[in-house]
Design a protein around this ligand. Structure first.
Ligand code: FBP
Length: 526
């Protein structure tokens, strides 16, 4: 037996709560949901001739048990880790066994490249013994390879055929679910019977639409970051000498930052989507932060907490243009006059990050840019320039919270949600629902009322220009400035600036008062 902490052992005993319809899988029967085809229906029909036109489906308890043969299923993690992944596999495994005890499940190793290269292992009951309700993806690992090219699809097909798979479950974000739809279409065009099923995963919370209420992992990540932010706020309030600049993960959208802001009430919170809407320049952001620091100093408060979303840099108009230009040509000499000025305004270490850190396509790796350092350096400079009006000592500490939150033990919400997603994926395989994403609706309600559904992935598509071509994609859901969570934040934030209203959420709880242990993300509740 692997050594485990006491809490790990205790969590192994947790039995995820199930929506009532998933309590007897054999009798869960499929119902079709009427739908309105999206505006791009005609183009989608021609791109997905074999999989287009199917309706969303739901499951309801019936009196009749469906008799099935044993299932053979493959499962893969795609992309960044998110808490609860192992529970998707546990739910899938248990459901397949419940549907037929001789069913088998294989895990593809190291992400989608495991499918292409045929690297897999059978997952048995004892393999899951140490992984139920635990964080991480390490049972089978994950990766960022995409199954896109005709050669990759051909290889994936050959591997699925050799394993005689009835289903292939791809646990991933918007891009992975998009690729799942392309793979589903390819399999169908080759008359292969493997049903490709997506499962919505990403801590970023940007895989949300009319069909997907929330991606898994978001809740746990936000609870972990919020604990840390609360602890830092309390330290700031106690020591009264530091400004903490905290960057929070979330490649593009600011959902994590907004959720953590509502949970902890820092003094200042930047929301990328608002900055883009207001076309705020970097200089203006810096000067606004400096204004706040000066005002707080008058109140004898030379400390504070500032939250910065990871994606911010790409939402600042002039930096976006600079990055675009650097992606085309790495040379500073090739920059336009405006971008050159912006580049020169940046601190040396950020200039270096822009020039050195490149992804495999040669693009600037925006998520590696230390925006929290960028802002703290520029704010220090700005305050120095204001020495007539600002006499205090500005001391700052920078933090980046990212990997800390992706593999924590899943919250009760994520543990239950992921297990239900795994069971739903098994039901979709039983129904041969090729090209569907497993979804759970009514997440705001009591778990027994959660509604397992399947949505054709192509129904979530819109077209976006990618590398000059129109591509079907699942649109990333950014923070909606008109929506209630942002509106509520907007109403409260003024008070947080000068008065300190910090909240200390404390560590995530697994035992005790259900209003704490079973709390769901506030952006889902509001
Ligand atoms: P996914 O979209 O694959 O879920 O990953 C999201 C994320 O955690 C982002 O928040 C972050 O910017 C990125 O992954 C980090 O990627 P990597 O794990 O490759 O460093």
């Amino acid at each position: 037996m692997k050594e485990m902490s006491r809490l790990q052992q205790k969590r192994l005993e947790y039995r995820p709560l199930l929506p009532s319809v998933l309590r007897s899988l054999a009798t869960a029967s499929l119902i079709k949901i009427p739908f309105t085809p999206p505006s791009a229906a005609e183009s989608l029909k021609s791109l997905f001739p074999h999989t287009w036109g199917k309706p969303p489906v739901a499951f309801e308890a019936s009196k009749h048990a469906k008799i099935v043969e044993p299932f053979r299923v493959g499962v893969v993690f795609s992309g960044g880790q998110a808490a609860g992944g192992h529970n998707v596999i546990a739910g899938l495994f248990d459901a397949l066994k419940e549907l037929h005890p001789e069913s088998k499940l294989w895990g593809f190793i190291g992400g989608p490249s495991g499918i292409i290269d045929g690297k897999h292992k059978e997952i048995k009951k004892q393999d899951l013994e140490h992984y139920r309700n635990q964080g991480g993806f390490d049972l089978i690992g994950s990766g960022r390879t995409k199954i896109e090219t005709p050669e990759q699809m051909k290889k994936a097909l050959a591997v699925c055929e050799s394993l005689k798979l009835h289903g292939l479950v791809i646990i991933g974000g918007d891009d992975s679910n998009t690729n799942a739809a392309l793979l589903a279409e390819y399999f169908a065009s080759e008359k292969n019977k493997t049903a490709v099923i997506g499962v919505p995963k990403t801590i970023d919370g940007d895989l949300r639409n009319d069909h997907i209420e929330m991606s898994f992992g978001f809740d746990t990540a936000c609870k972990i970051y919020s604990e840390l932010i609360g602890n830092i706020a309390r330290d700031a309030l106690s020591a009264k000498k530091y400004y903490h600049f905290i960057r929070l993960m979330g490649r593009s959208a600011s959902h994590i930052t907004l959720e953590c802001a509502l949970a902890t009430r820092p003094n200042l919170v930047l929301i990328s989507e608002e900055i883009a809407k207001e076309k705020k320049s970097l200089k203006k952001i810096v000067s606004d932060i400096a204004d706040l620091i000066v005002q707080r100093s008058i109140e004898k408060k030379d400390y504070g907490v500032i939250l910065i979303p990871e994606g911010l840099i790409e939402f600042i108009p002039e930096i976006k243009t600079l990055i675009k230009e650097l992606n085309v040509n790495l040379k500073i000499d090739a920059l336009t006059k405006e971008s050159r000025e912006v580049f020169e305004f940046l601190p040396k270490e950020i200039q270096e990050q822009l020039l050195i850190d490149r992804d495999p396509h040669g693009n600037v790796q925006v998520s590696l840019i230390e925006t929290e350092k960028l802002l703290s350096i520029l704010v220090a400079k700005e305050l120095k320039a204001r020495k007539e009006s600002y006499k205090a000592k500005f001391s700052s500490i920078t933090h980046f919270f990212g990997y800390e939150g992706r593999c924590g033990m899943p919250s009760n919400f994520d543990a239950n949600y992921c297990y239900a997603l795994g069971c739903t994926a098994a039901l979709l395989i039983r129904e041969e629902a090729n090209g569907y994403t497993a979804c759970i609706k009514n997440l705001r309600e009591r778990i027994e009322n959660w509604q397992p559904q399947g949505t054709p992935i192509s129904l979530m598509f819109t077209f976006e220009k990618r590398q000059g071509k129109d591509k079907p994609v699942i649109k990333k859901y950014l923070v909606d400035l008109e929506d209630r969570p942002f509106q509520l934040f907007m109403k409260m934030r003024k008070n947080w600036q000068l008065e300190d209203h910090y909240l200390y959420p404390g560590p995530m709880q697994f035992f005790g008062d259900p209003s704490i242990t079973d709390a769901i993300p506030s952006i889902l509740v509001i």
